[in-house]
Design a protein around this ligand. Sequence first.
Ligand SMILES: [Zn+2]
Length: 307
Amino acid sequence: MAKAKNTVWLAPGIPFQLEYAPEALEHVRRIAVEAFYSMPRGGMEVGGILLGRHGNGLVEVLNSVPIECEHASGPGFVLSPKDHTKLAALVAGGGRQPGGPELRVVGWFHSHTRSGIFLSAEDLAIHERYFPEPWQVALVVRPEHGAPARAGFFFRGTGGSIRSESTALEFKLQTLAHASPGAVWGAAAGIAPTSEPLPVAGVPDPVPEVETIESPPEPPAPVPVIPVVEAAPRYLLWLTLALGLVALIAMAGFVYRDTEVKVLREDIRRERLRARELERRLEVERKAHEAQVARPAPPAEQPGASQ
Ligand SMILES: [Zn+2]
């Protein structure tokens, strides 16, 4: 199976290159969203460690392992003493998987289902205690109802301090079906993929291609809606033409009727016709042809009309 392209998380101020494999964050997204919907009013918050590689100024997030939080104090991601013991063991194990590539712990993740994307004082304490390396990162995922989950990484700047009140670059965690083949963020941001392979120390397999997240990313462009402003002139043109046509027909009708009346008057004046008022209609008799013309009543009312 072809390896998916890595995505680059290019936030301002980050002192190393941070990349992630889309399938690794898809795993994180899935467990965060499932826990979000597992109970009403915000669901459960979950967390785990991020595994990957680090070297030559590059940090790659390639896998994740959830922490079995017992949620002793509620649905929030708050670690009990038992949870701390599990997390310590997980980190000490270094994320080694028999038969798999040798990965190391590059950070951790957890979800916030009732608050925004930031690191609380408790989160910072976990980060300092278990993930003290300058290149280790924290990822906060915020599931949303009926929308892609939002996410953001946190990292130590060049001075070692962490901007914890908000992430330096928020992004959306699309389902992998939407995110693959890894071109979504780069294409949406209008950024060409990195042309040169990035150096990775001690990695035998080929360096994956990368895509870049830079400006606040958006999902693929929606189907463009035709602006009403553009449609208006054509609509007005048709309306004008239709109104003009109606006016012409009405004028033609008046002219025709007027002509007819003139002809009748001329006939009466020349005594070719004899007109008399009969009840509520005008009965006109053409002398020459012995024909009867009734106006303005319809022909059906005339005497002698066929039944
Ligand atoms: Zn938190």
